[in-house]
Design a protein around this ligand. Structure first.
Ligand code: GUN
Ligand code: ZN
Length: 447
């Protein structure tokens, strides 16, 4: 290890900025935020050591290296709770709704991930895109190929990221060149769990693509695996599109509803994240509430694929945990800020207003709580990982004008969700190390 790196690891790092996060570890009262206008965040090695007022506390850290981001905004690293790594290159593909879009664009692209070298190449781009958009944790679908998942985990491990990912399992109603079997899905997933789950900060998610592409036998095999590994995550799609829902009814006539297909096989529990959940029946809301399984709300994808308008107010009322997510490549941006802006617009169309603090909560502490990872990510409490992001609210001429006279945290966050993207991200830190720094901004102190 280089001498300078040694010095960095053992020395406290002090960050001066306006700091905003949700320190509460229980879901109640929701969205109780802490805002420190002239704040100090101190990290040591990979953890947060202190958070407080800059002026009152900087003297306690005379040895710390100071990064002066005065006037900028420091937030917990964003959590993107649902996205597809092999779909990075097919983002923004024209014209189809879900089922045709899968056939015409998605499956042919995912086929390329049979080549581990190609998977490694895209994994690097994918992780770079996360970091330049301020995302420090993703819950990620890989392709059906075991080696592609290896490539993604390898890349995340090289940055010491908390990444949750899984090999997609699919054994029917899809091209035969993209299928596994019940046995190989169970075995490959088990091997990946043993290799990667809880290795460093990495976590595994059992990942049936969605009910239509898994046979009863495959869902049964994955249910067995879920029982064998009670602390692994689960992710799949649920109730995204009307044709998809009708298809599930045809394929599983014996089940009460779409969620009941997964429930029957033991795949509904806390730590299970269901993408979309746009057209749920009352009994499905009820079951999600009972189990505290989560929904990933993917607004840019839902608009892009014409899937429908998620009912966030209903989810709140039903006390179902919700997380925000991009769903790249059905989603049209890696930016969680933009995603939050589109979530607001969907709520407007449903006749509700999503408070900007609520939006931030759904991509930080709310997501961490839903995943049971609040002791590690989602907030800036001492002892958690030093995963955070620094934003420049005045990232261009128009935003500078917009923020000249309006700088409450709510207003800043709201306007950023409407106007900003990766241009507003100055730096992203994972486990105390800068994994991304904008080349148009340098702090006094940052190299
Ligand atoms: N349902 C099954 N697979 C997919 C996918 O890759 N993206 C989306 N948005 N929905 C799906
Ligand atoms: Zn998806």
């Amino acid at each position: 290890m280089a001498v300078s790196e040694n010095y960095r690891l053992n020395t406290a790092q002090a960050y001066r900025a306006s700091i905003l996060h949700f320190p509460e570890k229980s879901d109640c009262p929701k969205q109780q935020y802490q805002f420190i206008e002239d704040g100090l965040l101190v990290t040591r090695n990979d953890k947060i050591e202190f958070i407080g007022e800059y002026k009152n506390h900087i003297n306690q850290y005379p040895e710390a290296k100071l990064y002066d981001y005065s006037g900028k905004l420091l937030l917990p690293g964003f959590i993107d709770s649902h996205l597809h790594f092999p779909q990075t290159e097919m983002i923004a593909s024209f014209g189809e709704q879900l089922l045709d879009w899968l056939t015409d664009y998605t499956f042919p692209v995912e086929r390329k991930f049979a080549d581990p070298q190609y998977a490694s190449h895209i994994a690097k781009i994918f992780v770079r895109q996360l970091h330049r958009h301020g995302t420090t944790t993703g819950m990620v679908y890989s392709s059906v190929h075991k080696q592609a998942a290896d490539a993604l985990f390898q890349e995340a491990a090289s940055h010491n990221m908390l990444l949750i990912a899984g090999k997609v399992c699919m054994d029917r109603n899809s091209p035969d060149w993209l299928q596994d079997t019940p046995q190989s899905a169970q075995q490959d997933s088990a091997e990946l769990i043993q290799k990667w789950h809880n290795k460093g900060r990495l976590k595994y998610a059992i990942t049936p693509r969605f009910a239509p592409t898994s046979s009863h036998e495959q869902l049964h095999a994955l249910g067995e695996l879920a029982q064998q590994y009670p602390d692994v995550f689960i992710q799949t799609h649920l109730s995204e599109n009307h044709n998809e829902i009708a298809w599930v009814k045809e394929l599983f006539p014996e089940r009460k509803n779409y969620l009941d297909v997964y429930d029957h096989y033991g795949l509904v529990r806390k730590g299970a994240v269901f993408g979309h959940g746009i057209h749920l029946e009352q009994s499905e809301w009820q079951r999600l509430q009972e189990t505290q399984a989560s929904i990933a709300f993917c607004p840019t994808s839902n608009l892009f694929l014409g899937s429908g308008l998620f009912d966030l107010a209903k989810a709140e009322q039903q006390e179902v945990p919700v997380m925000l997510a991009t769903d790249v490549g059905g989603g049209t941006s890696f930016s969680m800020l933009k995603t939050m802006g589109e979530a607001y617009k969907i709520c407007q169309l449903k006749g509700n207003q999503m408070d900007p603090m609520h939006g931030l909560y759904l991509m930080t502490q709310g997501a961490a709580l839903g995943l049971g990872l609040e002791n590690s990510i989602g907030n800036l409490n001492p002892g958690t990982a030093a995963d955070f992001v620094i934003l420049d609210p005045e990232f261009d001429e128009l935003s500078a004008l917009r923020f000249e006279h309006h700088r409450t945290p709510q207003d800043m966050l709201f306007a950023l969700s409407m106007m900003a993207d990766d241009r507003a991200i100055i730096a992203t830190y994972v486990a105390g190390t800068a994994v991304y720094q904008s080349d148009t901004f340098t702090t006094k102190g940052a190299q």
